[in-house]
Design a protein around this ligand. Structure first.
Ligand code: KIV
Ligand code: ZN
Length: 391
């Protein structure tokens, strides 16, 4: 992490263990949650939302253990806007040195009509009474109007105003179904801050889903609009197409910080390990072409690219994978690779070939690459051996 005193610090709120775990097939045992939480703390996230305490005894236990153990980090208890949920979330996070309580309540008409089956007036009453109840027990209260981006502005303002009046300190305005466009999402935060009574007395948090592939773009738009907390998951895991991906957002901020003017506290060198751990433990594979952590994210097969990289890595790379803890194996040897890349790889194994040997190896290599697309290092060494024995 590079710090610049002019850059504003964005707080990374990790919800891999709560919203991320809602990805189909990704659910975790408490011990697995605890292991991942330790790694998240090591990576430097500011807040962990470790689960949904009322949802099961196992989740309650995981949140409780994580609250006891990770004293250096803020722990967030998660609850619907109902007393029983709040009580469980308060109990589960009791031992945390720093904690916040996160209450959510649907606000869009479609949710009110078909899910909550409540009137707008009833929702306002629930927001008031439950924020007030939570506030009587915990200082930091985050309030989320669920499906905010499909909620009419007037009612959204009303709900948020009610939450602020009862003591909410952080307003999280989620794009629950990944519907917003970046400009709209940023504008919404600006309008809320200006238009809601008390809107400039609280902090703001963004929570984006990736249904249209816009979760990172929307989170960046929210940051540009003054949001200081961003809710993310490792590898972007989460319901449907997932949540805003931690590594993508953090690296966009890091790579373009001069332009964006903000920074995070994430330890870059832990990103890759964390990503692999979450993928392994959740049995959730990472797409080869996933930005930052995908297998191909720093690999180059085209001969022209490989040649450029060997002269200067910045020709085709905008980040240094080694800083992210990614083992460097930037060149994939395949049928598009040229002599230069082949020679470089052979040299990396401590071998020197004269021009004739290299030409011979190159010809054998091309045949192999045509047969099987990619030539591994072991196979390359076999080809070198054959060349040396004049086969
Ligand atoms: O996506 C969502 O709306 C949520 C909230 C409960 C914050 O996960
Ligand atoms: Zn969500």
């Amino acid at each position: 992490m590079n710090t610049n005193k002019n850059n504003k610090r964005i707080r990374i709120f990790d919800t891999t263990l709560r919203d991320g775990e809602q990805a189909p097939g990704a659910s975790l045992f408490p011990e697995e949650k605890i292991r991942i939480a330790r790694q998240l703390a090591k990576m430097g996230v500011d807040t962990i939302e470790p689960g949904f305490p009322i949802s099961s005894p196992g989740d309650f236990y995981a949140v409780q253990q994580i609250s006891k153990e990770l004293q250096g980090i803020e722990i967030c208890g998660f609850a619907r806007s109902v007393k029983a949920d709040i009580d469980e979330a308060v109990r589960a996070t009791e031992a945390a040195a720093k904690r916040r309580l996160h209450l959510f309540l649907s606000s869009s008409d479609i949710h009110l009509d078909f899910q909550l089956r409540k009137s707008r007036q009833q929702v306002i009453e629930m927001a008031k009474s439950m924020v007030s109840y939570a506030k009587s027990q915990v200082d930091q209260i985050e309030f989320s109007p669920m499906d905010a981006t499909r909620t009419g502005e007037e009612f959204l303002f009303e709900v948020l105003e009610a939450a602020i009046a009862e003591g909410a300190t952080i307003l999280n305005i989620p794009d629950t179904v990944g519907y917003a466009l970046p400009e709209e999402y940023g504008r919404m935060f600006r309008r809320v801050r200006e238009g809601v009574r008390g809107g400039n007395t609280v902090e703001y948090s963004a929570h984006c889903h990736n249904d249209l592939g816009l979760a990172v773009a929307n989170s960046l738009a929210a940051i540009a609009a003054g949001v200081t907390h961003v809710e993310v998951t490792v590898n972007g895991v989460g319901e449907r197409a997932g949540n805003c991906s931690l590594e993508e957002l953090v690296m966009a901020i890091e790579t373009r910080k001069e332009t964006i003017g903000v920074e995070t506290g994430i330890v870059m060198g832990e990103i890759f390990n964390t990503s692999r751990m979450v993928s392994r433990v959740m049995h959730f594979p990472i797409a080869f072409n996933k930005p930052i952590v995908g297998r191909n994210a720093f690999q180059h097969e085209a001969g022209i690219h490989q040649d450029g990289l060997l002269k200067n890595r910045n020709t085709y790379e905008i980040m240094d994978p080694e800083k992210l803890g990614i083992p460097r194996s930037m060149i994939i040897l395949g049928k598009h690779s040229g002599r230069h890349a082949l020679k470089h790889r052979v040299n990396q194994f401590g071998l020197q070939l004269n021009n004739e040997e290299l030409e011979d190896l190159y010809n054998r290599f091309k045949v192999k690459a045509d047969e099987q697309k990619i030539v591994t290092d072991d196979q390359l060494m076999e080809l070198v051996g054959e060349a040396a024995h004049g086969q």
